[in-house]
Ligand binder design. Structure first.
Ligand SMILES: *Cc1c(COP(=O)(O)O)cnc(C)c1O
Length: 406
């Protein structure tokens, strides 16, 4: 393995296949693979390249720097939209890098126009409408003013209004009345923009959940994130396999220490787990610094976050520490230091999933993969094409964008 005794192995064939599957769920729309936050922890550049190979025409990033990094890494054959920035963001660089920009407030439009003027180019703009999420975006009352200013800048050749878009608050509950209300507000906003003379290329509203469950919301472009990585945004409806999705990430480690201890031994800080019998403990060299949620600690009555070791399903015994967790391997354990422990993977053959961890820790699978620690190496395999995959170059590129050390 690596100098670090654990790794996240990302199967690029799964990313490719998931995008193909999502495109099939939304046959009338283009697909934007959302690769923000280091592709939900999976590694920005290799994940983006795999998503494009799977048929995504667009990439979506939250931060401008993520979009610029994709361009610098040679990702030129796709549209990229970026949507979250504050005054002073490198918008001129974004325009020069042919990145589409979301506009969610008046100052943002003014900054984009100024950036386009400096660059001597036309900026492509997507007007973001807050249809009810109550987050980023123009509330409908702000739209006419910003739209008029945008179309004036369009007449000067400084911007082109190519998109109107919004984001849902309850996409994971497709029947919730707020979904229908947002859909109606969105349709109104699109009508306002088109009536004012904008020639829109893409109108887009659907995240993963809406892509998978609400065809009426697909419009021209869908923006799945979590589903690209094979995790489901609607676990209450079943696992990812229900939608033909395959989790791309396997998070695994090597046992660092294996030792026998007598009944009654306390395990980890605070002795919240005490072994009920003579047993064998195994130390896994991963902790909350690596993204293991402390809320997945085990207690006296309940094991914590699930792992698979030696074909058995066990759970964390005692508290999650910064760098390590402990397993009660049982009295008959035959494991030795160096043996493989899988924390989460694709769910086949009893392997736990990130969703299983989310259930234990009281969170969502998104948070687990996105918060995987920077020191955990990402490595890439391609289950269709053999192990060569994107390999070291991709890992180095990912390190560069995050400023990380991997
Ligand atoms: C993160 C994000 C998405 C993707 O959401 P998923 O639930 O991961 O599919 C889409 N659109 C916007 C604006 C986002 O911030």
């Amino acid at each position: 393995m690596n100098d670090f005794p654990a790794r996240a192995v990302v199967d690029l064939a799964a990313v490719r296949g998931n995008v193909r599957t999502l495109a099939a769920h939304a046959p009338t729309a283009q697909v934007m693979a959302v690769v923000k936050a280091d592709a939900y922890g999976h590694g920005l550049v290799p994940s983006a390249l795999a998503a494009l190979e799977g048929g995504a025409a667009w990439l979506g990033t939250a931060q401008v720097g993520e979009a610029l990094h994709l361009r610098r890494a040679g990702v030129t054959g796709a549209r990229i939209l970026t949507w979250l920035y504050a005054p002073g963001a490198p918008l001129r660089e974004a325009v020069e890098a042919d990145v589409d920009l979301s506009v969610a407030s008046r100052w943002a439009l003014d900054d984009v126009v100024a950036a386009a003027r400096q660059a001597g180019l036309t900026a492509r703009v997507h007007l973001k409408v807050d249809t009810g999420l109550g987050r980023n975006g123009l509330v409908p009352e702000q739209l006419p003013d910003v739209l008029a200013a945008a179309l004036a800048a369009e007449a000067e050749g400084l911007v082109r209004v190519v998109g109107v878009w919004s984001h849902l608050a309850f996409a994971d509950a497709p029947d919730h009345p707020v979904v229908a209300r947002q859909a109606a507000v969105f349709a109104d906003a699109v009508a306002v923009v088109e009536a004012a003379g904008a020639r829109l290329e893409v109108r887009h509203l659907a995240n993963s959940a809406a892509t998978l469950t609400s065809p009426a919301l697909h419009w021209d472009l869908v923006r799945p994130g979590i589903a690209v990585y094979g995790l489901t945004p609607v676990p209450q409806l079943g696992g990812p396999e229900r939608f033909g999705l395959v989790p791309a990430m396997t998070f695994e480690a090597q046992l660092a220490t294996v030792k026998r201890v007598p009944a009654g031994s306390g395990v980890s800080y605070g002795h919240e787990y005490v072994v009920p019998q003579d047993t064998v403990l195994g130390v896994v060299p991963l902790g909350y610094a690596d993204g293991i949620p402390r809320h997945a600690s085990g207690t006296a009555d309940r094991w914590g976050g699930p792992v698979q070791v030696g074909g058995r399903r066990l759970g964390i015994a005692g508290r999650v520490c910064m760098d390590q967790v402990v397993l009660d391997l049982g009295p008959g354990a035959t494991e030795v230091a160096g043996d493989r422990v899988v924390l989460w993977g694709d769910g086949s053959d009893g392997v736990p999933t990130a969703q299983d961890w989310a259930d234990v820790a009281g969170t969502i699978s998104y948070e687990l993969v996105a918060r995987l620690g920077a020191r955990v190496p990402r490595t890439y395999v391609d289950s269709e094409r053999g192990e060569a995959g994107a390999g070291q170059d991709a890992t180095a590129a990912t390190a560069a964008v995050t400023g990380g050390v991997r």
